[in-house]
Design a protein around this ligand. Structure first.
Ligand code: FAD
Length: 106
């Protein structure tokens, strides 16, 4: 089985990449489906304490799915909430596309 950290790293990679490739101007149904995706994801993420905290976090901070930039920023903030809980450094959310889509520019 994947351990919690390996699962987490791969999952964040998938989620941030998905957000960075979301349309700039999604249709209403793409926005609605992305919101549903995160609600379903939070129900079934296979680490129970992680899933329960993530459900609580996204119930207070629902997915922002009106554009790629909005979604990527929202997800970056959710990841930073988990980082804070785990006493990991905060990530600069202005660099999220650089990290997950375009490649580091330096
Ligand atoms: P990760 O946090 O996995 O990050 C991977 C890479 O993403 C980093 O190297 C960095 O380049 C980049 N990154 C970091 N922060 C951000 C950000 N804010 N935005 C964009 N990119 C960023 N673990 C627990 O022990 N307890 C939990 O309750 C828990 N909850 C989780 C909930 C979810 C939804 C997920 C997906 C994971 C959760 N994890 C939890 C796992 C945890 O977040 C880490 O994935 C794990 O500890 C491995 O950490 P890491 O240091 O390798 O980097």
């Amino acid at each position: 089985p994947l351990d919690k950290d390996e699962l987490g790293r791969s999952t964040w990679g998938f989620l941030h990449s998905m957000a960075s490739y979301f349309p700039e101007k999604p249709t209403k149904s793409q926005s609605a489906d992305m919101t549903k995706f995160f609600n379903i994801f939070a129900q079934f993420y296979p680490c129970e304490p992680c899933a329960l905290d993530f459900q609580e976090d996204i119930s207070k901070n629902p997915p922002k799915t009106k554009s790629k930039d909005e979604l990527a920023k929202w997800l970056c903030e959710r990841h930073n909430t988990v980082n804070a809980k785990l006493r990991k450094p905060q990530f600069d959310c202005s660099k999220v596309h650089e990290r997950w889509r375009d490649g580091w520019l330096d």
